[in-house]
Design a protein around this ligand. Structure first.
Ligand code: NAD
Length: 419
C-alpha cells in the first residue's frame, strides 16, 4: 500500500482544481470523489484513468465518508462547509474547506469545537491569500518590511451576472441566489487578516444599490463593504461583489508604520510595489518588480488559475498534515478562517442596523462561545426561523417568480449567458 495521504474531494465543480493538484502531488493520492451531478463524476473517471488511477466515485456523501481515506476536501456549497466539516472531523478525517467557513455564528462555534476535540487538521482554502502578488505581500509583511499595519484595502470586484446561469443552473435554492451583500467577504478581507496575523475586533458594513438585472437572474443583493478594525486599531476596507467593470479587479493595499505595499490589480503585467521609509521621515524608496514563485515552484507553476494561487491551499494542507514547516507556517487555521468569515456575517448585522459598529466575538475563548452557540441568524430558510431569518437585501426582500428560474435554467441548458 502507498504511504501517500489518501484524500477525497466532496463537490466536483470547483473541486476539479483540487482534483488536479492531487492527481499529480507526490505526497497525496486522490482516492474518492463525491458529487450528486453524475456528469462531473464521469469527467473525474476519465481524468483519473488518464493518470493510470482508479478513483472511487460516489453520489451520496453518507457513502463517500465511509471510504478509507485520511482527509477530505470540501468544495460543496459555500453555505454548507461548516456542517460537512464537522461531520468529516468526527469521522476522523482532516479537512480542507473551500470558502466560506460557516453560514452562521453557531456553526463557527461548532466548527472550532470539532477541530479542538478531534485534534485533526482544518485548513481554509482562501486561495486569494496565495495569488502571486498577494503572497509576496504576506511574505514581506512577515519580514517586517513595512512595520506594523495601520490601514489596508482589499478588493474583489467580479460581476457574475453574465455567468449566473452557469453557476446557479436556474435553481431557486442555489446558495448564490440566497446570498446577501457582505457574506462572500473572504477573498477581499481574508488576505489582509492572514498577512497581518491580527484578529478583527469590530466591523461596520454597507450595501451598494443592488443591480436591477440580478432580479431577472434570480438573486437580489448589492456589492458589500466591510470597514474592519483589527486588534491593534488598524482599519481595513474590504469591498466585493457585482460592480461594473470588465475584467473584474482583485487588489490589495497595505500601509504600515514604515511604508506600504500594493498589488497592482494582480494583472500579470503589473508589478508589485513596495515603498519603505528611510531613517528620515517622509523620505524613502520604491521597489517595483514581478514576484516569483518561492515555494514548491516547480509544482505551483502548473496552476495558473486565480492569479497563480490554486495550487497552494491543497499543498499547504498536505504539508500541515505531514507536520512539515511550510504547512505549519502558511496553512490557514480554523481560528483565522472563522475570523475572516465573521467579518461578513457581522457586517450584515451592521447594514441592517443602519451601519452601526458590531463587535466581532473572539471565539478562541470558550467562555465567549456560549452567547453564540445557538446564533443561527442568516438568510437561509433551512437554517434560520422567525426573527433569525434575515432579508437578502437591506433594500427590501423581493418576490422572484418561478418563471425567472425556469428562464435561467433554459439559458444554462442552452449554454447562453445571463441577460
Ligand atoms: N476559491 C475560489 O476561487 C473559488 C472559485 C469558485 C468556487 N469556489 C467555492 O467552491 C465551492 C463550490 O462552488 P462551485 O462553483 O463549484 O459551485 P456549486 O456550489 O454550484 O457546486 C458545488 C458542487 O457540489 C455538489 N454538491 C453539493 N452538495 C452536495 C451533496 N450534498 N451531495 C452531493 N453533491 C453535492 C453539487 O452537485 C455541485 O456540483 C463554493 O464554496 C464556492 O465558494 C471557490
Amino acid at each position: 500500500m502507498s504511504d501517500k495521504l489518501r484524500i477525497g474531494v466532496f463537490g466536483g465543480y470547483r473541486g476539479q482544481t483540487m482534483i488536479d493538484v492531487l492527481l499529480d502531488h507526490p505526497d497525496a493520492e486522490l482516492v474518492a470523489v463525491c458529487d450528486k451531478y453524475t456528469p462531473l463524476l464521469s469527467q473525474v473517471r476519465e481524468k483519473a484513468e488518464a493518470h493510470g488511477l482508479r478513483v472511487a466515485l460516489y453520489e451520496s456523501f453518507d457513502e463517500f465518508i465511509k471510504h478509507d481515506m485520511d482527509a477530505v476536501v470540501l468544495a460543496n456549497y459555500a453555505t454548507e462547509h461548516a456542517i460537512y466539516a464537522v461531520k468529516c472531523l468526527y469521522a476522523g478525517k482532516h479537512v480542507l474547506s473551500e470558502v466560506l467557513p460557516c453560514e452562521t455564528v453557531a456553526q463557527a462555534v461548532a466548527l472550532i469545537e470539532a477541530v479542538e476535540k478531534t485534534g485533526l487538521v482544518y485548513s481554509y482554502a482562501e486561495n486569494y491569500c496565495y495569488m502571486l502578488h498577494t503572497f509576496e505581500m504576506w511574505q514581506r509583511y512577515k519580514k517586517g518590511d513595512i512595520g506594523s499595519a495601520t490601514y489596508g484595502e482589499g478588493e474583489y470586484i467580479h460581476d457574475c451576472a453574465g455567468i449566473w446561469p452557469q453557476i446557479t443552473y436556474g435553481e431557486r435554492d442555489h446558495w448564490r441566489n440566497n446570498l446577501y451583500c457582505t457574506y462572500y467577504c473572504t477573498h477581499s478581507v481574508g488576505p489582509l487578516i492572514a498577512m497581518t496575523g491580527l484578529r478583527p475586533v469590530s466591523v461596520v458594513g454597507f450595501e451598494c444599490p443592488p443591480p436591477e438585472e440580478m432580479k431577472r437572474l434570480g438573486a437580489y443583493f448589492g456589492a458589500g463593504i466591510e470597514m474592519v478594525t483589527l486588534e491593534n486599531g488598524a482599519i481595513m476596507k474590504s469591498i466585493h461583489g457585482h460592480l461594473k467593470r470588465e475584467p473584474g479587479s482583485v487588489n490589495y493595499e497595505l500601509y504600515g508604520s514604515k511604508g506600504m505595499m500594493e498589488t497592482g490589480r494582480q494583472s500579470a503585467n503589473q508589478p508589485f510595489y513596495i515603498y519603505r521609509e528611510s531613517e528620515q521621515i517622509c523620505r524613502g524608496d520604491w521597489e517595483a518588480y514581478s514576484p516569483e514563485l518561492r515555494i514548491a515552484a516547480d509544482m505551483a507553476k502548473g496552476f495558473a488559475g486565480h492569479g497563480g494561487s490554486d495550487f497552494y491551499p491543497t499543498h499547504f494542507f498536505i504539508q500541515k498534515i505531514l507536520g512539515r514547516p511550510e504547512g505549519m507556517e502558511w496553512s490557514i487555521d480554523v481560528y483565522t478562517a472563522v475570523s475572516m468569515g465573521l467579518c461578513g456575517i457581522f457586517a450584515y448585522r451592521s447594514v441592517l442596523d443602519g451601519n452601526t459598529p458590531q463587535k466581532i466575538p473572539d471565539l478562541r475563548d470558550p467562555a465567549v462561545r456560549e452567547a453564540y452557540r445557538y446564533d443561527n441568524k442568516c438568510t437561509n430558510k433551512k437554517i434560520a426561523h422567525g426573527d433569525d431569518l434575515l432579508p437578502r437585501s437591506s433594500y427590501g426582500e423581493v418576490d422572484i417568480p418561478d418563471e425567472v428560474y425556469e428562464h435561467v435554467r433554459r439559458l444554462w441548458i442552452e449554454g447562453k449567458p445571463g441577460e
